[in-house]
Ligand binder design. Structure first.
Ligand code: HEC
Length: 252
């Protein structure tokens, strides 16, 4: 491949990765508290960010896509108060402020679906990452991570690949991982919750990831929302492939 072709492919690759970026919570915090220069700060009407978190997903883990959708809906639904952000914020700034509201400790992916090849056969493990909020002002202390729900005995927390531990202290933005697999002795749909209890100041919260598993000839374990952005990667590889093909066609 010619350097120009390679750089085009890399550019497309970078674009694909950027499309997956969810906004910058630190920049969003500043927008929430100070506005963008031409817009009012959110605090002027809503006060503290906890007010918006409670309005959107009380007690929940504030998925970025949910927060962004609710913010965009409000811009349309309340034009006299919130319409200013339609043109007053760039797409990036909208994403940044949504990322700030969504910036709470959480486990991702929070839906993991396993397919075992047969009963009594353990699946490959999946990794669930628990991350503290990037804009947190205090560390959190993790409790004992464990399984509950309908079929906790059919899922296994594996020590290899698990760094989350009871009393682990996570600074703002820090994370730990749990490696979990599925092994069942009976056919049928199984489910469990993977729990991440934590304490921040005097507040006790439990975040969860929902695990499900079945036995059958389906593909290997898949994650509902992989943290690494598998879509962007796939798109990047397709871009590389297309670039290589077009270079070939032009006889280079
Ligand atoms: C001039 C006042 C005003 C400002 C400034 C303002 N909002 Fe609002 N916003 C409202 C009103 C009024 C509503 C509808 C009632 C409510 O949810 O409190 C609303 C609703 C919302 C909702 C919908 C909540 C839900 O239940 O779905 C979100 C999200 C939101 N605002 C976020 C923001 C963000 C982020 C900012 C700053 C970028 C902002 N608002 C700035 C007045 C304002």
């Amino acid at each position: 491949m010619k350097p120009a072709v390679i750089s085009m492919a890399l550019f497309l690759f970078a674009l694909a990765s950027a499309a997956q970026a969810q906004g910058n919570p630190v920049a969003g915090k500043s927008l929430y508290e100070n506005g963008s220069g031409t817009t009012q700060p959110c605090v002027a009407c809503h006060g503290n960010v906890e007010n918006r978190r409670a309005a959107i997903d009380p007690g929940g883990d504030l998925d970025f896509d949910l927060v962004r959708a609710r913010f965009l809906q409000a811009i349309t639904a309340y034009p006299s108060q919130m319409g200013q952000y339609n043109a007053g914020f760039t797409e990036q700034q909208k994403n940044d402020v949504a990322a700030y509201i969504a910036d709470v400790p959480k486990a991702r992916p929070n839906l993991v679906d396993f397919r075992a090849s047969a009963t009594g056969v353990e699946t490959a493990p999946a990794t669930v990452t628990f991350r503290h909020a990037v804009t947190a002002t205090a560390p959190l202390t993790l409790g004992a991570v464990g399984l509950s729900g309908a079929n906790p005995a059919d899922f296994r927390i594996r020590s290899a690949g698990t760094t989350c531990a009871n009393n682990l202290v996570l600074a703002a933005g820090a994370s730990c991982t749990v490696s979990v697999s599925f092994l069942t002795s009976t056919a049928g749909a199984k489910s469990a919750l993977l729990n991440f209890p934590y304490t921040q100041g005097s507040t006790n919260v439990t975040r969860t990831a929902q695990l499900s598993g079945t036995v059958g000839d389906q593909p290997p374990p898949s994650s509902a929302n992989p943290p690494g952005g598998g879509g962007a990667l796939a798109f990047g590889w397709i871009a590389l492939l297309l670039a290589a093909l077009s270079a070939k066609r032009r006889g280079r």
